[in-house]
Design a protein around this ligand. Structure first.
Ligand code: SF4
Length: 166
């Protein structure tokens, strides 16, 4: 969903940083909707989920000798096994929908190494292009709205504030 003018498939394929998590940053794992859960179960009936703060998450996989946790949908050779049905937050990564002072904001994850090399104008342009889609998805799935986390640069804040959200 992210334009290749910002991140190429090659850059993402060579990295997969957004599918691997430190044990302390499970906050950043994607929200799993009912549709994604059903799709994931058809791919891997053994996949497990956890609920936290109103969000359903994948139970991550990890080795006892490592702090790293891997998304159970990740095929280390071929990428995400959910393909075009991956969670919305994965499709728009490194952008993140967050709630900041009662308003919805599009932020950018600080962990994406490729995006750190991009000009700010390109990042902002892509955030503006995707913002209507991101806010529409949040209308359908309010659980996608995360509390603002320090360290995430804010790219834009929803404006004007819609009367039905006051
Ligand atoms: S669902 Fe797919 S894209 Fe999202 S974290 Fe898991 S493997 Fe990565």
């Amino acid at each position: 969903m992210i334009s290749e003018s910002l991140l190429t498939r090659g850059e993402c394929a060579a990295c997969r940083e957004c599918c691997v998590f430190e044990s302390y940053d499970l906050y950043d794992t994607p929200t799993v909707t009912d549709e994604v859960m059903e799709r994931a179960r058809t791919i891997d009936p053994a996949v497990r989920f956890a609920e936290t703060e109103g969000r359903r998450l994948f139970m991550m996989k990890g080795g006892a000798d490592s702090e790293l946790r891997f998304c159970p949908m990740l095929d280390h050779e071929r990428g995400c096994r959910l393909g075009e049905h991956k969670p919305f937050e994965c499709a728009v990564f490194p952008f993140r929908l967050m709630e900041l002072d009662g308003r919805r904001a599009v932020t950018v994850s600080p962990v994406c190494p490729a995006v750190r090399e991009k000009p700010f104008g390109a990042l902002l342009g892509e955030a503006k292009r995707l913002a209507p889609l991101i806010f529409d998805e949040a209308d359908r799935y309010p659980q996608l709205l995360r509390k603002y986390a320090p360290g995430y640069p804010v790219l834009l804040i929803e404006d004007p504030i819609r009367s039905d959200r006051l």
